[in-house]
Design a protein around this ligand. Structure first.
Ligand code: SAM
Length: 282
């Protein structure tokens, strides 16, 4: 018998308009939907007129529920996995199910859609060329600080999910351990009170210190090397090295250096023109 397909379906992180046509169609067509919290997901499904059989799949039942779902898939049933919000498997249950499905030769089809990390990064204004997604830091302060120390030299933007209750404490630890870098808190993404708070870690902490932090937050921290702008000489010497070699076009050199430094392409392009002119004069 041909086995069924496991669909990993992303759902909105707030605004219901963010579901895709494909996600709705797949959720309408599958034999079974596995949801992290069936009560929560029932509201989403009924909003879109989806009434397929629903079962739970969450952290504490994933062992035995995973085997059940794999059996159903092996019998030919199609199954969609959804989480409470966003993309399953991203700081949400699902990875083990996908791993085991792949091992069992079952086709896995991801249906892309929102994820808070990427949504926050895209609106942050921080360089997007490289980033490290860290998910949730450990709850205990000692462990959290230990993890932060390990992240000090990461070259890209650091992206964290954080509970609103721990936000100020996490920002204070970050300022101390990572240095007072540029940071962005993206709060309540796609919802009515969406806001981006930008500044240094200590400025952002100050902004949230008064009163209770409400809603959901993603915390982004700029890399150490990109405090403000990388130094012009670093950009110039990267460009000089590439252009002097002579086997790369100006456009490609600009693209590569912009990606490496996180600087805007226009700015790198201007510098590339200067470097090229200087090379001609030599
Ligand atoms: N799988 C989800 C995804 O793809 O984004 C993440 C699930 S994780 C359990 C939940 C965390 O994601 C929240 O604590 C918060 O840090 C972040 N998050 C989810 N929705 C958000 C939103 N609308 N605005 C800001 N952060 C959000």
């Amino acid at each position: 018998m041909k086995s069924g397909t496991l669909y990993i379906v992303a759902t909105p992180i707030g605004n219901l308009e963010d579901i895709t046509f494909r996600a709705v169609r797949v959720l309408r067509e599958v034999d079974l939907i596995a949801a992290e919290d069936t009560r929560h997901s029932r509201k989403l499904l009924s909003h879109f007129g989806i009434s397929r059989p629903l079962t739970s799949y969450f952290d504490h039942n994933k062992e035995f529920k995973g085997s059940y779902l794999l059996d159903r898939l092996a019998e030919g049933a199609s199954v969609a996995l959804i989480s409470d919000a966003g993309t399953p498997c991203i700081s949400d249950p699902g990875y083990q199910l996908v791993r085991d499905a792949v091992a069992a030769g079952i086709t896995v089809v991801p249906i892309p859609g929102p994820s808070a990390a990427i949504t926050a990064l895209s609106g942050s204004g921080l360089p997007t060329g490289r980033f490290t997604f860290e998910g949730f830091l450990p709850n205990r302060q000692g462990k959290r600080r230990e993890r932060l120390a390990q992240l000090r030299d990461e070259p890209g933007v650091l992206i964290f999910y954080e509970s609103p209750n721990r936000l100020v404490a996490a920002l204070a630890d970050m300022a101390e351990i990572l240095g007072d870098r540029q940071a962005v808190v993206a709060r309540e993404l796609t919802k009515i009170y969406e806001e981006f708070v930008r500044g240094t870690l200590s400025q952002v902490a100050e902004r949230f210190r008064e009163g209770k932090v409400r809603g959901e937050v993603v915390l982004l921290v700029a890399p150490a090397a990109e405090q403000g702008q990388p130094e012009a000489p670093a950009v110039s010497s990267l460009l000089r090295e590439l252009l002097a070699a002579g086997d790369i076009s100006l456009k490609d050199a600009v693209l590569r250096v912009a990606l490496e430094t996180g600087l805007p392409r226009g700015e790198v392009y201007d510098e590339a023109l200067r470097v090229k002119a200087a090379l001609k004069d030599v």
